[in-house]
Design a protein around this ligand. Sequence first.
Ligand code: ADP
Ligand code: MG
Length: 685
Amino acid sequence: MNISSETNIRYLKGIGEKKAELFNKLGVYTVGDLLTFFPRAYESWISEKSIHSAPLNTKVCIKAVLSSQLVSSRGRGGLLLCRGLATDGPGIMSLLFFNNKYISQSLKEGEEYLFYGVLKLNDYGTPEMISPKVVKAEGNEYMHPVYPQTGSLNSTQIRNAVKTALDSLGASLPDLLPAELIKKYRLEGFYDALMKIHFPKNEEDILKARRRLIFEELLSLQLGILSTRTDASSASGKRIKTDYTKQFLSGLPFSLTSAQSRSISECVADMQRAEPMRRLIQGDVGSGKTAVAAALMYNCARNGFQSVLMAPTEVLANQHLKTFRRFFDNTGISVDILTGSMGAKAKREAKARLKNGETDILIGTHAVITDDVEYSSLGLVVTDEQHRFGVCQRARLREKGENPHVLVMSATPIPRTLSLIIYGDLDISILDEKPAGRRCVKTYAVDTGYRERIYNFIKKQADMGRQAYIVCPLATESEDGDENPFEEKSRLSAEEYIKQLSTDVFAGYTTGLLHGKMKPKEKDAVMKSFSDGEIQILFCTVVVEVGIDVPNATVMVIENAECFGLSQLHQLRGRTGRGSEQSYCILISDSKSEHAAQRLRIMCATNDGFKIADEDLKMRGPGDFFGNRQSGLPNLKLADLMSDTKILYAARTEALEIIKNDPQFSLSENKMLKVQFSKLFTDIS
Ligand code: ADP
Ligand code: MG
């Protein structure tokens, strides 16, 4: 049968039903998937050094002849030992294998082998390899690929399958990069690149292959991002004629920080120009991003335009609604809400008010971008905590108006060069200042032995009129079922924990439960009574991670703190320290993991979100950091947005060029590119 990239892996020679299933477990379904299942690392099975000259105590490959047949004996505890000698002419090394029944039969005296392992000097001062990997020397001297998480398949089996696939596809494999680009950047062809990444002869092959494949990946990424963008230069935005910021401020219960004022002026200046604003506001938790958005939305309303604020959760949308209604009380500006959980009638009415222009400001969740939502004159789109929204969602929202102004607000700082690439041409304003009178949140990492003392501390704070969060990793006990066996056990669930404590330790205090599995209405009710101060102690999950603002809450206790990432912990902590009272964050963990300990140490050492994001990036690597859930970006197989910046810039230049010359991707050389980037983005839109 004719093999193509789309062929099911099961039809590849040497792979039956059973093996195909194992491949499926690795996410490999088609021959194409297999070809782009890239090695994680390589072992150099190239013997460059002799026994005499090879470095000791590190992995090396030695080519040598077995000079004496292996001899078996029994060691302590019945351990099977096999010893032998190998020589490369001038040098001799001894070989020792433990509990390897087959090795003495498979190695033959007088044959030449490659031995891959650590060379050491034994007690007699002679070179020795213990349990090396061994293959016949002939035809095997190259870089052996090591594949990631291979499950029940080993790297050799995967390698053989890749070989079969490449052999049967041959050079007929279509190359989706335009020939011109391949020439311009001196890139490998697709087939050659695949050969080199799976079967490199040397380091240089790997570099060449990676360069080509990364270029392709980043070009797809850029095309995907850029093609969701409407053309900023040609269409004009809703221009703001008069700056009403002063008027807005006179009704505000506080005065702005200078960072807030600066950001607002930057945005207003943008909106006064003919081209639409595209701006990103980065501000640490608690830096007051909402007030900035409100000032701009006020300006829009006064200039006769509608604006919309899109929040990542319903809880957050409802909170914003409350804040905005307070800000805009007695101004004649109407604020409305639209979320997925509203009843059909309420939704219909909200949409009607929006369409006929009654609504000036709309707050909502994803619901604000569904197809049947129409605006009468949308001038500004604000997305809050925008790293939670995919690129595609942002684009859809933008299409709702005639190229409205766009403001995205994020608490996750990322390097400037990267945001340029990831967010397109966004300008950036930074809120690097907190409102006056804020104190650092005192942070402590303790083990579960401290629980009694922590409970007492919470009670003391509650007696002083303050409130506390207790965050657990799980919502309910039943969630524990699909637990990863490698994770640490005994993760607490908020539901169980509140049951244990509310009638016992916290009897006499009002407690509440909040987690993502509750109905939206229940969540809102709980959130409302917490923010009204009726609930003193809130047991919850990371649903409170983003955006929640209850300034009277001064204690954040995080159970199983080892379960959370650094940025997540910082976000959680940021729920406190929002008023003038001293706040406390207590991280509880019995974990022995050094990684977890390091995260907790960093948390105790700094309150600075930019520093923490930096550390997080270093610890987790950009793949994870920019992973799909966080940023709305697709997962990249090879490219590293932090280190492949040169290729990234080249890919960006070319992507801009392609989109300029062929916006519909109708030229034959660009058609495949469209298929490719659409595939890249399908999972996340
Ligand atoms: P974030 O940047 O995390 O979204 P918010 O916009 O929720 O922060 O603001 C945090 C808290 O600080 C809110 O209670 C808000 O009312 C208050 N706030 C914002 N700006 C100021 C200011 N200039 N002075 C005093 N309080 C402020
Ligand atoms: Mg916020």
